[in-house]
Design a protein around this ligand. Structure first.
Ligand SMILES: [Zn+2]
Length: 135
């Protein structure tokens, strides 16, 4: 506790944590008037953010959740399903905005405190989905 000028009283009780994942998938956007109507692929990056209390007991004491636990769930429910797959096999018109909603639906029952997803389709283009969007 000595590193905190105000001692333990300065520690927060809850916060957001996030972990980043990568997968590579193909897709076609059938309604697009330009090059996205052709079969092509992306190296997607996915940020998964959890918000919750910092645990005060057990093996994850001092954590919102164990990053390894989050990784195991996201890999099982999302990455293993989408990686090296044509996304059109799983959803119609797989835009970034539609893919991120598919991912949210896969994760919401498995990740308590799911707070935010960011799906990067390219280095400069992403969709953001927050728990508050469903309020
Ligand atoms: Zn694309």
């Amino acid at each position: 506790m000595g590193v905190f000028p105000s001692g333990a009283k300065g520690l927060l009780h809850s916060m957001q944590i996030r972990k980043q994942f990568k997968f590579e998938s193909a897709h076609v956007l059938p309604h697009h008037q330009g090059k996205c109507a052709r079969l092509h692929g992306h190296s997607y990056r996915l940020d998964v953010a959890i918000r919750g209390p910092i645990r005060t007991s057990g093996p994850a004491q001092g954590m919102v959740d164990d990053f390894d636990t989050i990784a195991a769930i996201v890999e099982r429910e999302v990455i293993d399903v989408l990686d090296h797959r044509s996304l059109n096999e799983l959803m119609d018109n797989p835009t970034c905005e539609i893919i991120i909603q598919w991912i949210w639906a896969r994760l919401k029952d498995h990740l308590a405190g799911l707070d935010e997803l960011i799906l990067w389709e390219t280095a400069t283009s992403c969709a953001v989905l927050r728990a508050t969007d469903f309020a």
